[in-house]
Write a protein that binds this ligand. Structure first.
Ligand SMILES: *[C@@H]1O[C@H](CO)[C@@H](O)[C@H](O)[C@H]1NC(C)=O
Ligand SMILES: *[C@@H]1O[C@H](CO)[C@@H](O)[C@H](O)[C@H]1NC(C)=O
Ligand SMILES: *[C@@H]1O[C@H](CO)[C@@H](O)[C@H](O)[C@H]1NC(C)=O
Ligand SMILES: *[C@@H]1O[C@H](CO)[C@@H](O)[C@H](O)[C@H]1NC(C)=O
Ligand SMILES: *[C@@H]1O[C@H](CO)[C@@H](O)[C@H](O)[C@H]1NC(C)=O
Length: 191
């Protein structure tokens, strides 16, 4: 029954974003892929996170910690908030295309691991005023990490997708880092 409800809801969701009522009528015979091709847009955004956690122009601050944090080699349960520029290239002076704004917490007792919950915000440019919401786990010392795109607003309304990260430059003493961020977003084209 649950499965049936899911299929029905999926059907309604797809039907409601399809190009015309005619497609809804013929859903039974139209291959699902061709229907989705008409109604789903893909956006690829490749950029670099310029994270400055100490020194001049700091964009990340710790906002809370617990009694265990100072005793923990992984700074367990420290919570930070940031507003970090996203640049087109790895050079910090290259064009800023957006900002990563939100929360990250150290949520691993045994290795350095972040829980990330952020908005990728575009103050200007082709996606001006829109956001992409990214959530997930980041182990900063792994060469490749992946986060979920769980939603978005305006241009990215109802978005789904994923974001991959890899560290281009990191300094263990300042904790400043330049991180390559690629975001793949699928979004329904609401006709
Ligand atoms: C952790 O250590 C720092 C620096 O010594 C101190 O300012 C802070 O209050 C300590 N935090 C806790 C929760 O004890
Ligand atoms: C932190 O470590 C100090 C020194 O080893 C110890 O006295 C204290 O109880 C520890 N605090 C916590 C919250 O584990
Ligand atoms: C981002 O995309 C570029 C171009 O396709 C690729 O070379 C790079 O490895 C990707 N990086 C990540 C972290 O996905
Ligand atoms: C890391 O930061 C420290 C402190 O500012 C600096 O002395 C050191 O040269 C930096 N290392 C790298 C690889 O940039
Ligand atoms: C920074 O710290 C990580 C984790 O401890 C380690 O794997 C890495 O080699 C360090 N990098 C440098 C340049 O010391």
């Amino acid at each position: 029954m649950e499965k049936l409800t899911f299929i029905l809801v999926s059907f309604l969701a797809i039907a409601s974003i399809s190009r015309s009522a005619a497609q809804i009528l013929y859903l039974g015979v139209i291959p699902i892929n061709s229907l989705l091709a008409d109604t789903v847009g893909v956006t690829q955004i490749n950029c670099y996170i310029q994270n400055i956690a100490s020194g001049q122009n700091e964009d990340t601050y710790e906002i809370a910690e617990a009694s265990i944090t100072n005793n923990s080699s992984t700074r367990f349960v420290a919570l930070d908030m940031n507003d970090t520029p996203l640049t087109e290239g790895p050079d910090p002076t290259s064009d800023v295309i957006g900002r990563a704004q939100g929360l990250f917490g150290l949520d691993d007792l045994y290795t350095i691991g972040f829980f990330i919950d952020m908005n990728i915000y575009f103050p200007s440019g082709p996606y001006s005023g829109s956001t992409i919401h990214i959530v997930g786990r980041d182990s900063p010392f792994l060469s490749h990490r992946e986060l979920s795109v769980t939603g978005g607003t305006e241009y990215f309304r109802l978005a789904k997708g994923f974001a991959t990260l890899s560290t281009f430059f990191g300094n263990n003493s300042t904790i400043n880092a330049i991180i390559q961020l690629n975001i793949t977003v699928f979004r329904p084209i609401l006709l």
